[in-house]
Design a protein around this ligand. Structure first.
Ligand code: ADP
Ligand code: ADP
Length: 219
């Protein structure tokens, strides 16, 4: 469902972010994207969401060629994506519940339906009891789990999480990964970046980048 064929990306100013990356991520997989800061992890994730385009090569998501996607097609692509990016912070002047309801209200669901689904999603990430709290009253890890709940309420096929455990202690990071795995277990494809190898679970598929190049996958 996600395919990169010999993809390179050069930003303005000649910064080479990805170099000849070829990979396939199948429907329902959970994949960690590992590598140090600057390795190209964000760039790779952004391409899946058409936030960046390849300079050369081809990126295909659910059969859509990202390099050829017109602006009008972007909302259609993103409807199938749950994004957990640092830029998408929680709104601090609204409750946790309101934050999670937001994407569904935007999509035109009734308040009653949105609230029911938001509560179900908060329950899945273990935060139903904090529904009426303000985001800043929560720990960093709890805030990330609210972000996950918000990203999945519209039932996307794919979740993209860019360093969702950055700045979290080990216990909080594990809870964030548990929440992501819970959605993977019901069939959602998950691509999760991290610069911290210690958080990787054994047996998981790890795609490793270094200076924009894919490293051989460990078995
Ligand atoms: P990572 O997520 O692994 O930290 P990035 O994809 O953010 O890596 O960055 C890869 C490389 O591309 C870095 O050298 C970074 O400085 C550069 N880069 C990222 N975004 C931009 C941008 N918008 N303009 C110019 N260079 C960028
Ligand atoms: P409900 O059917 O009452 O919404 P579920 O337990 O099925 O409750 O789902 C709880 C939350 O998890 C929902 O808000 C939904 O958005 C999300 N969810 C459930 N299944 C999926 C799925 N396959 N893909 C994405 N999100 C899902």
């Amino acid at each position: 469902m996600i395919e990169f064929q010999n993809v390179s990306k050069t930003y303005a100013g000649d910064a080479l972010a990805l170099r000849g990356v070829t990979l396939t991520i199948a429907k329902g997989e959970l994949v960690y994207l590992a590598g140090p800061s600057g390795a190209g992890k964000s760039t790779l994730l952004k391409m899946i969401a058409a936030m960046e385009r390849p300079s050369s090569g081809k990126v295909t998501v659910n059969g859509t060629d990202i390099g050829k996607l017109k602006a009008a097609g972007i909302p259609f692509l993103r409807r199938n994506l749950g994004l957990i990016f640092q830029q998408q912070r929680l709104l601090t002047d609204r409750s946790v519940l309101d934050n999670v309801m937001m994407p569904m209200l935007v999509a035109g669901l009734s308040r009653a339906e949105a609230e029911e689904r938001a509560r179900a999603a908060l329950e899945k990430v273990g935060l139903l009891a904090r529904a009426n709290a303000q985001p800043l009253a929560l720990s960093g890890g709890e805030q990330q789990r609210v972000s996950i709940a918000r990203a999945i309420v519209n039932r996307p096929q794919i979740i993209l999480a860019d360093e969702p455990t950055a700045n979290l202690d080990r216990a909080s990071a594990n809870k964030v990964f548990d929440a992501l795995r819970a959605f993977n277990n019901v069939g959602v494809t998950c691509v999760i970046s991290t610069h911290d190898d210690l958080v990787l679970e054994s047996g998981a598929r790890v795609i490793r980048l270094a200076q924009g190049e894919l490293q051989a996958e460990a078995a």
